[in-house]
Ligand binder design. Structure first.
Ligand code: SF4
Ligand code: SF4
Length: 382
């Protein structure tokens, strides 16, 4: 089964409980913003600031443990550029976090694979951008990265480590997504495809040029396994809309059961939503999570507060990200233009039960999207 980021089952129930109790169940901890690659689609902005030391990270992990965090995902930049990564993971496992690591895997050798396995890292998410070196290395801008990444995936699997292949879909690789699916299966990985390409965290919109064309996106949605993975979620949202639960719900888990900590120790609403609650170099995690007015502002938003989205006929098809809305439209309550486009395409695919015809796609391309129709006098929340 292809995963398209739809939580399910027991994990979803635990997430709901954490949301009600406002427990930061999951934290994405960016332990560095340095990276060994230079991917074309990367939304992060590199800086030369002093990243958290091992001592600072150990203190923050203890605070997260106190606050009730269970799932700890370590990310970068590239986490393996830190020579003390093993010590960080050891400390996290001593505190009984369920640890996963997001990596391009290029720097992994046998030693790293062995300790990842020994320490019980539950999952390594490896970014793969194409089914061949030509496609993948064009994204990373580093010849040889595809070979190194695939070798590491093979080594991790041989060491018994669970590997998830994280595949952002963009103009350069979406046509090859079935080959990527086959590659993931051959290597024994669970593939997750993400059709969302975010703009830079400094609001530079240049990355929007990498987004897939409509027909390629529709072809992706039309794949039998992809349709099924979205259909279940859309049906769930139809039901929630019918009962009114959708408008009462929160747009996402950011600041309810999840947050991001950046490499400088700042607590952010999400990696995709750079609203900063405070610095862990100045205050404790619990103080920031509990008292920050910035995080509280995100926390207060319900879907029914989104002035355009709440009236939108595509809302049950939509995977709007608050971060995209904030960065791209400049407003936490606004539609996300790219989500509007994906929602329109997904509805067309689900209505048809497969690939829409060319006339339908042409009609969609010409019709104003919901977010464009009503871009007037939106309140700016922050
Ligand atoms: S801000 Fe976007 S990426 Fe972050 S949790 Fe919400 S929807 Fe997901
Ligand atoms: S399609 Fe656009 S306007 Fe409609 S709910 Fe999604 S982001 Fe909002």
């Amino acid at each position: 089964m292809i995963s398209c980021a739809t939580p399910a089952g027991a994990a979803q129930r635990m997430t709901s409980t954490a949301t009600r109790a406002n427990v930061p169940l999951a934290v994405l901890f960016q332990i560095t913003n340095r990276c060994n690659l230079d991917c074309v689609h990367c939304y992060q902005v590199r800086d030369q600031e002093r990243e958290l030391s091992l001592d600072e990270i150990a203190r923050i992990l203890a605070e997260l443990s106190q606050a009730g965090t269970l799932y700890l995902s370590l990310t970068g930049g590239e986490p393996f550029v830190r020579p003390d990564l093993r010590a960080i993971v050891e400390q996290a496992r001593r505190l009984r976090f369920v640890v996963s690591i997001k990596t391009n895997a290029v720097l992994l050798g046998e030693e790293e694979m062995a300790w990842l396995s020994d320490l019980g890292v539950v999952q390594v998410d490896v970014s793969v951008y194409g089914p061949t070196a030509a496609v993948h290395d064009r994204v990373t801008k580093h010849p040889g990265s595809f070979v190194a990444t695939l070798a590491a995936i093979g080594g991790l699997r041989a060491a018994g480590v669970n590997v998830q292949m994280a595949i952002p879909l963009m103009r350069t690789n979406i046509e090859a997504f079935e080959d990527l699916l086959g590659l993931a299966r051959r290597l024994g990985c669970r593939p997750t495809f993400d059709p969302q390409i975010s703009v830079k965290e400094d609001c530079n919109r240049g990355l929007a040029r990498l987004r897939s064309h409509d027909d390629a996106m529709a072809r992706f949605f039309s794949h039998p396994e992809v349709i099924e993975s979205y259909r279940a979620e859309v049906e769930h949202r139809h039901e929630a809309a019918r009962t009114g639960a959708l408008l009462r719900s929160h747009p996402c888990g950011s600041c309810h059961n999840f947050c991001h900590i950046d490499h400088l120790g700042r607590v952010r609403a999400c990696n995709a939503l750079p609203i900063i609650g405070g610095s862990l170099r100045e205050r404790s995690f619990t103080e920031i999570w509990r008292d920050s007015e910035e995080l509280a502002t995100v926390r207060r938003v319900r879907v029914g507060d989104l002035p355009i989205c709440r009236e939108c006929e595509l809302i049950t098809y939509c995977t709007r990200c608050q971060g995209d809305a904030y960065l791209e439209a400049g407003d936490l309550l606004a539609p996300s233009p790219d989500a509007c486009r994906r929602a329109a395409l997904l509805r067309a695919v689900l209505d048809k039960g497969g690939m829409p015809d060319a006339a339908t796609l042409a009609g969609l391309a010409q019709a104003p999207l919901p977010g464009q129709r009503a871009r007037t006098h939106l309140p700016v929340l922050l």
